[in-house]
Write a protein that binds this ligand. Structure first.
Ligand code: HEC
Ligand code: HEC
Length: 310
């Protein structure tokens, strides 16, 4: 319970910014109203959920309405350069959001760490942890060689909560340890990401990452089977709603990676899964939030998997 109350506190303070190459300038306020924090969450006296006395925190984040005012970036906002003490993290498989690119950052209050709580779980985050995802748009060339631009529709605040909802509380989704347990080979980290966080002292009580699970990269068809890739994709793109504690927990579908195939409802719903991931109809497509176009590469893989079940 303590964990969830802490997460409730900080998840509301999470911020997503959106910018596009076309209309973005560094002086823009990049945060939408939808994601602004409320008075409740900025009042430290409301937060009595543990993790120590927040008023003596050496480096507390004062959550404000604007990501640009939070201690996240250095220099020009448009460069998205994380400030000292703000860590980039990557997921082995991520959420599809109409081909928008994402930068994921985490900032732990000074001297504190996230604590291991199981590899298929989120770690326990200290109070005043800040996690920010920034969407940015790049033109991309599709499989037919056509240049396409992304036009991502930012979900409303209430829509955020539809996905970021578990067991009746707001919760982060991505940074389960098993999604981080790989070498991201980016400009900051070229060793196992969990090991890097352990070395930096921001992840504690974790066993050797080599002994922990890894959520497959759905795109990697050499390291993983079709089933592993399909299940990983559905875990990160569907399971936040389709699990017993999610918003559609009442359906007989549980798309979490750790759920046994026989309990997942995938077989019984294979036709509908195929039809809905291939659809762009507002009230029919899956997920109905966060995407408007078909994720073609992934759906090709999914359909191959679903049809292999017959
Ligand atoms: C369609 C479901 C969905 C909607 C709607 C959605 N998110 Fe998320 N969000 C996710 C998933 C899944 C992840 C983790 C995967 C990733 O990062 O690619 C995530 C990641 C995040 C993160 C990074 C921390 C974490 O939970 O992993 C933040 C911050 C965030 N979302 C905020 C928001 C905000 C604010 C909104 C509304 C403007 C929103 N999200 C709407 C599904 C959703
Ligand atoms: C934002 C929450 C959310 C996400 C994410 C989501 N779904 Fe759904 N899903 C729903 C809701 C709500 C319904 C029930 C309403 C409806 O049938 O459209 C539903 C219904 C379904 C159904 C129909 C079940 C039936 O018995 O008719 C299927 C199949 C399905 N989802 C598959 C998926 C798949 C596959 C994904 C990921 C690619 C996914 N969903 C992601 C919310 C979500």
């Amino acid at each position: 319970m303590k964990l969830y109350r802490l997460i409730f506190f900080f998840a509301l303070a999470l911020a997503v910014t959106a910018c596009s190459d076309d209309n973005y300038s560094p002086s823009d306020d990049t945060t939408t109203d939808d994601t602004s924090t409320t008075d409740d969450t900025t009042d430290p006296t409301d937060d009595t959920t543990g993790g120590g006395d927040t008023t003596t925190d050496p480096d507390p984040v004062d959550f404000t309405d604007k990501l640009s005012e939070l201690p996240v970036f250095d220099g020009n906002l448009s460069d998205l350069t994380p400030r000292d003490g703000v860590y980039l993290y990557e997921l082995n498989s991520g959420l599809f959001t109409d081909y928008a690119a994402k930068q994921r950052l985490i900032r732990l209050p000074n001297g504190q760490s996230m604590e291991y709580a199981g590899d298929d779980q989120l770690p326990d985050f200290p109070d005043k942890t800040l996690i920010a995802t920034t969407f940015y748009y790049i033109s991309y060339i599709d499989s037919n060689g056509v240049t396409r631009n992304v036009d991502y529709i930012i979900p409303s605040r209430s829509e955020c909560i539809v996905c970021h909802f578990n067991n009746a509380v707001t919760t982060p989704i991505g940074p389960k340890l098993r999604s981080l347990n790989f070498n991201p080979n980016n400009e900051y980290v070229n060793i196992n990401q969990l090991q890097y966080f352990i070395n930096e002292g921001i992840l504690t009580f974790a066993p050797d990452p080599a002994s922990l699970a890894l959520l497959p990269d759905w795109e990697d068809d050499t390291a993983y089977t079709l089933e592993e890739r399909a299940r990983a994709y559905m875990d990160i793109n569907c399971a936040h709603c389709h699990n017993p504690d999610g918003v559609v927990g009442t359906f007989d579908m549980d798309f979490r990676y750790e759920t046994a195939f026989d309990d997942s409802g995938i077989y019984a719903n294979r036709g509908e899964i195929e039809a809905r991931t291939l659809s762009t109809l507002v009230n029919y497509r899956m997920p109905q939030l966060g995407r408007t176009v078909v994720h073609e590469e992934a759906v090709t893989m999914l359909v191959e998997y679903l049809e292999s079940l017959d």
